[in-house]
Design a protein around this ligand. Structure first.
Ligand SMILES: Nc1ncnc2c1ncn2[C@@H]1O[C@H](COP(=O)(O)OP(=O)(O)OP(=O)(O)O)[C@@H](O)[C@H]1O
Length: 850
């Protein structure tokens, strides 16, 4: 045994000796430079190589950077194939640029990492050259710098905002994330066509230093990327490769398809590029000349290059409205089988969504400010340009404060409108929403009758026989419509359900948008029956709840992007390509007002002759008697039953809210509520009645019992006196007025201040029979019921308008449960004889808004 041990140590000693001899021989061989056979030949060769380099690596790619002018233009027609790494110096006075192939070919490694300042300088120079000479935005860089905590790439910080080069990663998890991204880049699913498209991009992974103790598995991933990257547009620059062979696992061969740079002092040696050689003899390996690596470029060059690249990339990657609008002629598409429009881009590909039998309705989610309105406006203009108004009709409802759809209706600034829009609601009421749904429901019924007559069951079949537009109804913040528990909510839910289920068969489609799409209480037990009908889900930032709970595709979406899913929000394995789901970018249509206005004007100018401006409901807008079509008709002496016109009904055509007068007992009108707007409504009622009678044929007796009514009463009397017999009564004269036997209107402001017993009960019953009606404004409900007969008041006065009177008191007075909440610019009109209660926008006097 001792013998064996002695033999082993002897063998080891011999081995060490042999290794030392080989190393020494190698060292002296390297130092040994055979005397040049002919110095002139060497100089000529260097000269030729300099000229060749000038052609191969022009401008930023090959110029000495310390002397480079800032003004040298950036970019180039295509990705650079070669780049300079330093100056080769075969003789003291013969030099030429050392050039290596990289992008489009393979990779580059340096045996030392960037802790060696020469390597750091080289990396920065290389990156600067490549970025400066690539077409803007075509080269994406991912950087790893563990030893330098990212500082090696510090001068490129300005590229981070542009998304061209995120901040370098500095640890193992960062490295893994970058490797995963690179692996995705090379995965075969990346379609070959996309790589060669206009927006072709290349990913450059620059590793300045690997994290300490990088595992063998990660090193193997780097090697695999090197093997497969170039065909997919992925290239590596790795400093510190091969890594120290600490264990068997971390012992790595040179990277495949790579040019290797080996540092000596003070120069470096450049190995042969992949699948090529520098020398022409078989034995020669690498570039047969020492190379002095490029040094750190001056700071001002980084600034200039990075800033310009960031600016260019931002401009290039921004989509504009033109990217989602069709090119060429307006209205060239047919809607018989469905309608489709581009909603945005996934990379270079335009993504189109449809309204048809398979994808009848869309649901859109996104927090406030996530770009819902922007997305919808793109869709509406996209559709509006593709389909003629005869092919497509739009109903647009917005329940939030804001002006999402206001641009589609004529305004003082711009008289144009979107000819497809039939009705537009801005800051809509739930009443208006329900009115729109009712109209759509009625349209569905009309269409079903048309189907029966034509003997067809499909929209496209009917279209072969007659023209008929598809209808799209967009409801922004639709949850408002179905919030609460009253009769209105029940009706809204059932109309929504009916449209969602049956609309597809009749060419009627819904787009529901919301901040809290699924969190709507009233819909809990209808979720499947309603939301199940919405296969298209669009999740904007913060709108992930329109997707399935397990689908987190929308997490962390930036503004201007969305996940569009055509399978009801269904997810799929993480990382897998999902045919039914895309992440898109979409433009901000309002970033270019002029274009937007131009498109609307173009559509408006092309409108058919019969096109009418859409009916508009602006929830906040005051309504005036002077602008009311029924009032104007009365002024023009169109024969009609005398009616008190008191406001506008919240329906699609905004019909006039009227209280017609006849001889029935109790046919009087009482306006109830302390709001001084009561005086305005009474004023409108009296003026409109006067307009219904030929001049000089009817008598008005006007009185004001409270200060709040005095001015209005006086102005009203003057106005009425211009056409009719009108007199102003003092309080004391009022009791006499109830005695008149000729047709007359008694108009009293502040009737709650009337003396007890002044208003005879039998007048209320009998007055209308002789053509005498009382029109009055009461500031309090209690005085009204006292004067008019307690709970019987509703029998004595058939017309009531409630302003700011709580719902519970109204319900009590009318003896029926009502879903009424008093709010500004709204009133409730009750006509007992017609058994009708309607929410209206009451008329106000224009003076109020002056
Ligand atoms: N594609 C986009 N790119 C960049 N900015 C956008 C984009 N779309 C919208 N924005 C901007 O985001 C802001 C909010 O957009 P928008 O009004 O469409 O959001 P919203 O979801 O409708 O918000 P809200 O519900 O609060 O009205 C706007 O200032 C708009 O300019």
């Amino acid at each position: 045994m001792p013998d064996a041990k002695a033999r082993m140590s002897h063998a080891a000693a011999l081995h060490r000796q042999a290794a030392a001899t080989v190393a020494a021989a190698a060292g002296s061989l390297e130092r040994f430079q055979p005397p040049p056979p002919d110095l002139r030949e060497q100089h000529e060769l260097a000269e030729r190589l300099r000229a060749a380099a000038a052609a191969l690596v022009p401008g930023w790619l090959g110029a000495p950077l310390d002397a480079q002018s800032e003004d040298t233009p950036l970019g180039g027609p295509r990705l650079p194939q070669f780049v300079r790494v330093g100056m080769a110096q075969p003789l003291d006075d013969a030099r030429f640029p050392a050039v290596v192939p990289l992008l489009g070919t393979g990779h580059l490694t340096v045996d030392a990492d960037a802790r060696d300042p020469r390597v750091a300088g080289l990396l920065r120079a290389l990156l600067l050259r490549l970025l400066a000479s690539s077409p803007a935005g075509s080269l994406l860089v991912r950087a790893v710098d563990a030893a330098g905590a990212g500082l090696v790439f510090g001068p490129f910080a300005a590229l981070a905002d542009a998304g061209l080069m995120p901040p370098p990663v500095t640890d193992r998890s960062g490295l893994r994330a970058v490797l995963a991204e690179a692996e995705q880049w090379v995965r075969p699913a990346r379609p070959a066509t996309a790589r060669h498209s206009r927006r072709d991009r290349t990913l450059l992974l620059a590793i300045a230093s690997l994290p300490e103790l990088t595992e063998g598995a990660d090193l193997a991933r780097i090697a695999a990327l090197a093997q497969h990257g170039p065909e997919a547009g992925l290239h590596l620059i790795v400093a510190g490769w091969p890594p120290p062979p600490l264990t068997e696992d971390t012992t790595q061969p040179p990277l495949p398809r790579t040019t290797m740079i080996t540092l000596r002092n003070p120069y470096a040696i450049i190995g042969d590029p992949p699948a090529a050689r520098y020398g022409n003899s078989v034995e020669s390996k690498g570039l047969n000349a020492p190379v002095f690596l490029d040094e750190d470029p001056p700071a001002h060059l980084f600034e200039r290059v990075c800033q310009e690249l960031a600016d260019k990339s931002a401009t290039q990657s921004r989509l504009t409205l033109a990217d989602v609008l069709p090119e060429g002629e307006l209205w060239s598409e047919d809607s018989a089988e469905g309608v489709a429009t581009t909603v945005g881009h996934d990379g270079d590909t335009a993504v189109t969504l449809q309204f048809n039998d398979l994808t009848p309705h869309w649901m859109i989610g996104g927090r406030s400010g996530a770009g819902k309105t922007a997305f919808l406006i793109n869709v509406l203009y996209g559709l509006g340009c593709r389909y003629a108004p005869g092919e497509l009709t739009l109903y647009l409802l917005d329940f939030k404060e804001g002006v999402s759809f206001a641009e589609f209706v004529p305004s003082a600034r711009d008289k144009t409108w979107l000819p497809h829009a039939r009705a537009v609601g801005v800051e809509s009421d739930r009443e208006y929403g329900v009115a729109v749904l009712r109209e759509l429901d009625a349209e569905m019924t009309r269409r079903s009758v048309a189907y029966k007559r034509a003997g067809v069951t499909r929209f496209s079949d009917l279209r072969q026989q007659r023209a008929m537009p598809r209808i799209i109804c967009v409801i922004d913040e639709f949850q408002v419509l179905v919030t609460g528990s009253g009769a209105l909510t029940t009706e809204a839910v059932s109309l929504l359900e009916s449209l969602a289920r049956k609309g597809r068969s009749y060419g009627i489609h819904l787009v529901l948008a919301s901040q809290t799409a699924l969190g709507v209480e009233a819909l809990y037990d209808k979720r499947d029956s309603i939301f199940g009908q919405f296969p298209v889900r669009v999740a904007l930032p913060g709108g992930g709840d329109v997707l399935e709970p397990t689908n987190d595709a929308a997490a962390g979406l930036p503004l201007g992007s969305a996940v569009v899913n055509t399978a009801g929000g269904l997810g799929g394995p993480r990382g897998a390509t999902r045919g039914h789901e895309r992440t898109i970018r979409f433009p901000d249509p309002h970033s270019d007002r002029a274009t937007l206005d131009g498109v609307r004007r173009r559509l408006w100018e092309a409108r058919p002759e019969t096109s009418k401006a859409p009916s508009v409901f602006e929830g906040y807008a005051h309504q005036y008697l002077e602008e009311d079509p029924t009032y104007r008709a009365a002024l023009a002496m169109t024969p009609a039953r005398p009616s008190a016109l008191v406001g506008r009904v919240i329906d699609v055509p905004l019909s006039t809210a009227a209280f017609p007068l006849d001889a029935s007992p109790g046919r009087h009108l009482a306006i109830l509520g302390p709001s001084t707007y009561g005086a305005d409504v009474l004023d409108a009622a009296a003026r409109s009645l006067a307009a219904h009678h030929p001049a000089g044929t009817v008598r008005f007796m006007v009185s004001s019992l409270v200060a709040d009514g005095d001015a209005t009463a006086r102005a009203l009397t003057e106005h009425l006196a211009e056409t009719q017999i009108a007199e102003h009564l003092h309080a004391a004269q009022l009791s006499g007025a109830f005695e008149v036997t000729e047709p007359a209107y008694i108009v009293v402001f502040g009737m709650d201040a009337v003396g007890r017993g002044v208003l005879p009960r039998d007048f209320l019953r009998e007055g209308p029979g002789r053509g005498v009606h009382l029109l009055s404004w009461w500031r309090g409900l209690r005085r009204f019921t006292e004067e008019v007969g307690g709970s019987a008041a509703r029998e004595e006065v058939a017309g009531m308008i409630f302003l700011n009177v709580p719902g519970s008191e109204v319900s009590l007075l009318l003896g029926q449960q009502l879903d009424w909440q008093p709010r500004p610019n709204r009133a409730l009109l009750h006509d007992r004889h017609a058994d009708r209660t309607t929410v209206i926008v009451p008329f106000v006097r224009p003076e109020r808004d002056e």
